[in-house]
Design a protein around this ligand. Structure first.
Ligand code: ZN
Length: 277
């Protein structure tokens, strides 16, 4: 049932709706909007689809720097094209090569890494929790090179831990504030962005949210599918998960606004029960 429903939606969106119509019209009638998407590992055998996705994004979106994001949140980004934040979670080595492809299409990436990778000279993915998809991490040299080339690097907790309610207080501190310090110590500047691990309803918690509010992070990303607009909660900036091997029809569906609508209940529940306690 679920598969059939998705198939019908995909057909409708790809064949009836003009490309990116929702994002383009929201952008036209506002002081700037951004859609944020997140990838994980970029397999080489998905490069054809990945390139097709980026060509589609280049046609309808423009790059989003940290300054652009700030302008959108405060309602001062006066341009007619929606912006796109292309992010990568987990620090897979394939992300380093994906950055080069992004640059060809005029985009810079936002890379979220578990900061244990920065302080230990060698850490293998199996040492960190729930990182089964990762073969090898980017080295600190690669991360520094990305920064030099204008990409943005942020924290994705210290040890890739979900932060549900009811765990020990020092876990929130070490995974959120500890991660900030590890980044600062290793790279010599303060990170401005953080991405929650997981994305399931239970991976968000009041305790973690409050810790984030007390931190020096300026932009915190989730995966709850909605646009970033003027007045968006900078500690709950929604992203949409995309995989690099997806067909362009799937990408159109997930970034169409229709998908955002399906997540409205989750977003309302999170705001009502998790974040405002
Ligand atoms: Zn992750």
């Amino acid at each position: 049932m679920k598969v059939r429903f998705k198939k019908i939606l995909r057909l409708l969106v790809a064949n009836i709706l003009p490309d990116a119509i929702y994002d383009r019209s929201r952008s036209k009638f506002s002081n700037g909007i951004a859609r944020a998407i997140n990838y994980h590992k970029i397999n080489k055998n998905s490069y054809t689809n990945f390139n097709e996705q980026l060509a589609y994004f280049k046609k309808h979106y423009s790059n989003c720097t940290e300054n652009d994001l700030e302008s959108i949140i405060i309602g001062r980004d006066n341009q007619n094209k929606p912006r796109l934040i292309i992010s990568f979670d987990d620090n897979d080595i394939s992300n380093y090569y994906a950055a080069e492809i992004l640059e060809r299409y005029g985009f810079k990436g936002w890379f979220f890494i578990p900061t244990t990778c920065l302080i230990k000279s060698s850490v293998v993915p199996s040492e960190l929790s729930s990182l089964s998809k990762i073969d090898k991490f980017m080295s600190i040299y690669m991360i520094k090179d990305l920064i030099k080339r204008g990409h943005i690097v942020g924290c994705h907790t210290s040890t890739h831990s979900r932060l549900p309610s009811g765990i020990k207080k020092n876990v929130y501190l070490s995974e959120i504030l500890g991660s900030f310090n590890e980044f600062h110590e290793s790279l010599g500047f303060k990170p401005s962005a953080f991405a929650w691990v997981g994305g399931e309803y239970k991976s968000y918690s009041t305790e973690a949210y409050k810790t984030l509010l007390s931190s020096e992070y300026k932009y915190v990303f989730t995966t709850n599918n909605s646009l970033i607009i003027q007045g968006s909660d900078r500690y709950m900036l929604d992203r949409t998960n995309i995989e690099s091997d997806w067909s362009i029809e799937d990408v159109k569906l997930y970034t169409s606004g229709v998908w955002d609508f399906l997540y409205i209940i989750k977003r309302i529940m999170l705001k009502s029960f998790v974040l405002l306690k």
